[in-house]
Ligand binder design. Structure first.
Ligand code: FES
Length: 165
């Protein structure tokens, strides 16, 4: 695994924001780049590559990548539905939304559809409780979810018009 030149330049620019010897502080943004470059997930080779760029031990990368749920440690679909299931979202029906997505896509939590299009990944509070129930899709939040909105989002994804970046 190697970053494209564009991503490598971006990684170096991020690392340069930190004082000499403190490049490890760039780990999280570099893991985001790595995940983007590796089809949405981090395998061992990818994490080792990030460690090499930052001149740190691979274990230091694994510790961070396995702690944060925003990093995927197995292959995911093209579209990852990260549905919040913490208190405020749950009180506003996130369980029903998750069940609806499971039924509609024929997958369980943490699974990916056989066509590689969708992954359902329940998440903890994403800081948008006032818009519950909600989910993250790519870099954007989808809020006040209803079954109808879920249908619309799935349809947007299938037509390739969903905005995720
Ligand atoms: S509880 Fe869902 S965003 Fe906070």
């Amino acid at each position: 695994m190697k970053f494209s030149q564009e991503k490598l330049d971006k990684a170096k620019e991020i690392m340069a924001r930190y004082p000499e010897g403190k490049q490890k502080s760039a780990l999280i943004p570099l893991l985001h780049i790595a995940q983007e470059e590796n089809n949405g997930w981090l395998d061992i080779a990818t994490m080792d590559y990030v460690a090499e760029i930052l001149s740190i031990k691979p274990i230091e990368v694994y510790e961070v990548a396995t702690f944060y749920t925003m990093f995927n440690l197995k292959p995911v679909g093209k579209y990852v539905f990260e549905v919040c299931r913490t208190g405020p979202c749950m009180l506003n029906g996130s369980d029903h939304i998750i069940d609806y997505i499971k039924d509609k896509l024929g997958i369980k939590e943490g699974e990916t559809t056989p066509d590689g299009m969708f992954t359902l990944k329940p998440a903890e509070c994403l800081g948008a409780c006032g818009y519950a129930p909600m989910m993250q899709l790519g870099k954007f939040y989808r809020e006040h979810l209803t079954k109808e909105k879920v249908d619309q989002i799935i349809d947007e994804c299938r037509r390739g018009v969903a905005i995720v970046n």
